[in-house]
Design a protein around this ligand. Structure first.
Ligand SMILES: Cc1cc2nc3c(=O)[nH]c(=O)nc-3n(C[C@H](O)[C@H](O)[C@H](O)COP(=O)(O)O)c2cc1C
Length: 337
């Protein structure tokens, strides 16, 4: 059984994190991931299409607590709308409910300066992990007291850095630069990827795209429309592009809307026009409108062609990673093949 320092740090069975996927409510997905032995993450940022951000976050935390026995996480984009309300919800839930205090073990922040939220998280006693796109940001996160960092390469879905550094270069560079555990993200979807991440010095992986394309993400009115998932299963690794976003660049599906957004950005169209189309695109995505949908997704979309259930995704990754590691050992001390 594959076991790493991440399993001990977060008290999880398998070194696999489901990353936050902001515009979507990932509470049910997080429950499925927790039940499968990974770290399920409640997405805060942007998930409140209706209702109060503070109350919604508290409700989501209670839902995951009630539905699982495992530890779990909340994700927050630091520059996101109502970010402070959601961080306050985490702090208050942990203060008021001993079971939440025990099991809501980590807040994974991204898209902003971790120093803004670090004092509140430290005082609450919750682990703080920051998503970082460069060595510079990794060092800053550690200075803020982060217990680990997610080194996220440019191939990942959703927000990406202004400076493109890909996973293969970023992960070992961050591992060499900081003393805390490093989780690799960007382009992972299978066991070979997990084995490669461990070889680069990471203690586990965080995935978004693979979980966006899971069975649970689309069933029972889930956030991923079946028609959108169906189209994405046909996508190739070249079918994403980077478009501008409120909190920085964003990797999207290269459909008609994605292409239009990139073209408008290149032509210097006003920010408001681009944001309006993106907002409309989020609605279209929920409605399954393949032309007008704006769909954040990673390059690894080109390697995923089926809506596999979360438990199976995780079990397969673990089994394949173990097999891969065993296979690689054959090369040690053998003649070159
Ligand atoms: C649809 C979507 C939305 C995302 N939204 C967020 C977010 O709100 N906050 C965040 O920290 N990361 C977000 N991410 C990034 C993921 O948490 C994860 O780090 C990333 O998807 C890893 O790369 P991969 O897509 O190649 O698996 C998002 C990713 C996707 C695909």
């Amino acid at each position: 059984m594959l076991h790493t320092a991440l399993c001990d740090l977060l008290e999880i069975e398998h070194p696999i994190i489901q990353g936050g996927m902001g515009p979507n409510d990932t509470t049910d997905l997080a429950i499925a991931v927790c039940r499968a032995g990974g770290l399920g993450t409640i997405s805060s940022s942007g998930a409140d299409r209706a209702g109060d951000a503070y109350e919604n976050t508290r409700r989501r935390i209670q839902r995951v607590k009630a539905a699982t026995d495992s530890t779990f996480a909340v994700n927050q984009v630091i520059k996101g709308i109502e970010a402070q309300d959601r961080i306050r919800a985490v702090v208050d839930e942990r203060r008021d409910d001993p079971e939440v205090r025990r099991r809501l073990k980590v807040v994974i922040t991204s898209g902003g300066n971790p120093a803004v939220v670090a004092p509140a998280l430290r005082e609450s006693g919750v682990l703080h992990i920051q998503v970082v796109p460069t060595v510079y940001h990794a060092r800053k996160a550690v200075q803020c007291g982060c217990a680990a960092v997610v080194a996220e390469g440019y191939e990942s879905g959703g927000h990406v850095a202004y400076e493109p550094v890909h996973t293969q270069v970023l992960v070992p560079a961050v591992v060499d630069a900081v003393s805390v555990p490093v989780i690799a993200a960007g382009g992972f979807a299978d066991g070979r990827g997990l084995a490669a991440a461990l070889a680069l010095g990471a203690v586990g992986i965080q995935m978004g795209t693979r979980f966006y394309l899971s069975r649970e993400a689309s069933q029972d009115g889930g956030f991923a429309h079946p028609a959108v998932q169906g189209a994405l299963f046909q996508a190739r690794e070249t079918d994403t592009l980077v478009v501008p976003g409120v909190y920085g660049p964003n990797r999207h599906w290269r459909n008609a809307r994605g292409t239009e957004l990139a073209r408008l950005a290149a032509a210097g169209a006003p920010h408001e026009e681009i944001e309006h189309l993106k907002e409309e695109g989020l609605e279209a995505k929920l409605a399954g409108d393949l032309e007008r949908a704006a769909v954040p997704i990673g390059m690894v979309v080109g390697r995923i062609d089926q809506p596999v259930a979360v438990a199976e995704i995780i079990a397969r990754i673990l089994a394949d990673a173990e097999q891969t590691i065993a296979r690689l050992q054959q090369h040690v001390g053998s003649p070159v093949v």
